[in-house]
Design a protein around this ligand. Structure first.
Ligand code: ZN
Length: 354
């Protein structure tokens, strides 16, 4: 299939000119609830300093299904038992002596499968939210019934590598095997084949996106560059990025002294309010990243319960799985943001290998 070249397609020559004259796009759109919106500007192409161009849309379903104003994507990593037997980070901060299994630290990971997943699944059921769970192959092999239960409750199983270790350094055939192995584990336990991928610590290699496309994946999340999904051409076909989040990710405070429930709640609320306001004029997406062993603790779930209750007060929000978000932009390439970064070894960003 040929990639449609639309008004949203990157035009690098134009971007060079645009850069000099750039001012923060949509600055005048940021009034709460879209008040002060300039309707004229809705038809103007927006140009960004990195060279992206896109056309703002006015039609009902321009941004999201059903005319939703904002998409909110919740994810929950399933990693219990996928960590190395010794040396994984966690709340026990004193390093273990070399050559010993870290039994105490590993039990912190085990909490995710035993307590965290059931508690988070119940929370999401109570709010009618479906999420994406990125699963480590070794975690799934250790806890196949937990993986199966996540999918049975209506959530998406994405793949998160064979074990909780870097893959970007692997030669291409080994990396292909690394990814395919996690797919096989998930398929066997859940009966579903993942189409979305997340690397260990958000670090793809230069070949990763091409391998994912070859294996039938439609999207990855290892990109922190945008508050909306976007497309790029990989192996001659459109491939979706559904950007992840570090600042709204519970991993930022995995060592519990760094966690402040009130501050976390305020941050989530502010993020939502700002993106919701911008959502009047652009496709916007909010990403909440959870880990079963972190957000699955009782007090954390209480915070999330309060936040979800508040955010769900807005009716025009699409609480979506990441496969749905990826499919939406793949089905609407003419309205999607596109990037063409050139080869990853040159651009230094996730993309094609050459
Ligand atoms: Zn992870």
């Amino acid at each position: 299939m040929a990639v449609p070249r639309t008004a949203a397609w990157v035009d690098s020559e134009l971007a060079v000119h645009a850069y000099a004259a750039w001012s923060p796009p949509n600055a005048h759109h940021w009034a709460a609830d879209g008040r002060g919106l300039n309707p004229q500007s809705l038809c103007e192409p927006l140009v960004y300093p990195n060279g992206e161009r896109r056309t703002a849309m006015t039609e009902q379903d321009g941004f999201w299904p059903g005319g939703a104003r904002l998409a909110v994507s919740v994810s929950m990593q399933f990693e219990a038992g996928g960590q190395p037997v010794s040396g994984a980070g966690g709340p026990i901060t004193e390093p273990i002596l070399a050559g010993f299994p870290d039994l105490g630290q590993n039990s912190f990971y085990e909490y995710g499968a035993r307590e965290g997943v059931p508690r988070i699944l119940d929370l999401l059921d109570a709010h009618g939210i479906k999420m994406t769970s990125f699963m480590i192959g070794d975690a799934v092999r250790r806890h196949p019934a937990v993986a199966a239960e996540i999918v049975r409750r209506g959530h998406e199983a994405g793949a998160h590598g064979r074990s909780w270790q870097p893959q970007y350094q692997l030669p291409r055939p080994e990396e292909t095997e690394w990814i395919a192995d996690s797919v096989a584990a998930i398929e066997q336990a859940t009966g579903t084949r993942p189409v979305g991928y997340n690397n260990y610590w958000i670090r793809p290699g230069v070949n990763t996106l091409e391998i994912l496309a070859e294996l039938g994946f439609t999207y990855h999340i290892d990109d922190l560059s945008a508050d909306e999904p976007f497309l790029q051409t990989i192996n001659g076909q459109p491939f979706a990025t559904v950007p992840y989040s570090v600042h709204l990710n519970d991993i930022a405070s995995f060592d519990f002294p760094g966690f402040n429930p009130a501050a976390y709640a305020q941050q989530l609320t502010d993020e939502f309010d700002q993106l919701y306001a911008e959502g009047a004029a652009r496709r916007r997406m909010m990403v909440i990243g959870l880990h079963e062993r972190i957000s699955g603790h009782a007090s954390r779930v209480r915070v999330l319960d309060r936040i979800f209750t508040r955010l769900r007060y807005h009716q025009d929000v699409w609480w979506a799985r990441k496969d749905q978000i990826a499919q939406w932009v793949l089905d609407h390439p003419g309205t999607a943001a596109w990037v063409d970064r050139g080869p990853a070894p040159v651009s230094g960003l996730p993309g094609r290998s050459a």
